[in-house]
Design a protein. Structure first.
Length: 205
């Protein structure tokens, strides 16, 4: 911890800010001092927005994406093709794909990847709800858009085994994305092309 902080209250604020990802102690100190200089309205708006986000943001009952209502804006959009489901690891991947403006289907957020080393198994993810959606008979294609890491490939293969018995097309992103890369860090052009040029999953087994 940065030494010689003259206030225990300031020190407490710095410690909390330093818990945020990517925020070190010095950056936390700059943020705390910045907030300290602002007027009450600014700080109240800032903390109020965080409190409202924490209390009011929901998860879509269909795809598990974040939402302000029971069903997210993607699932409720009648202009989207609900017969195509793009399976992603997390909400950041939804944002990355949406930024490409190359996809008009819907999503299914797993909430993670199968990773035995981390104690995460299939039952810890939203896999059964995906199977239920496919089993409804309205789905024509499932795109497995998971990171090309060991955990992503393991999850892809597990999902393929779970879904291969249904009369649907199962595809995966073209390998424009380097092995080991995560979707959220892939540039929009590469990700968009990988999505448009997706291939049958069984071609990659």
């Amino acid at each position: 911890m940065i030494r010689q902080i003259p206030s225990s209250l300031l020190e407490g604020a710095v410690e909390e800010l330093a818990k945020l990802p990517g925020i070190g102690e010095r950056t936390a100190m700059r943020l705390a001092l910045f907030l300290l200089k602002q007027d009450d309205d600014f700080v109240n708006d800032f903390t109020g927005a965080i409190n409202r986000m924490k209390k009011e943001v929901r998860y879509c009952k269909i795809c598990n994406n974040i939402s302000d209502s029971e069903v997210c804006s993607v699932c409720s959009d009648r202009n989207r093709d609900a017969s195509i489901i793009c399976v992603v690891e997390n909400i950041k991947d939804v944002m990355a794909i949406e930024a490409t403006m190359q996809y008009n289907g819907v999503y299914h957020v797993l909430g993670g990847l199968v990773s035995p080393m981390d104690g995460i198994g299939p039952s810890d993810l939203f896999i059964e709800s995906l199977v239920t959606r496919v089993a409804s008979g309205t789905v024509k294609e499932v795109i497995l858009a998971l990171s090309s890491t060991m955990e992503g490939d393991t999850t892809n293969f597990y999902l393929y085994r779970k879904l291969s018995g249904y009369d649907i097309k199962i595809t995966t992103l073209a390998r424009g994305i380097s092995v080991g890369d995560e979707l959220e860090y892939t540039d929009e052009v590469t990700l968009g092309r990988s999505l448009l040029n997706r291939v049958a999953f069984d071609n990659n087994i």
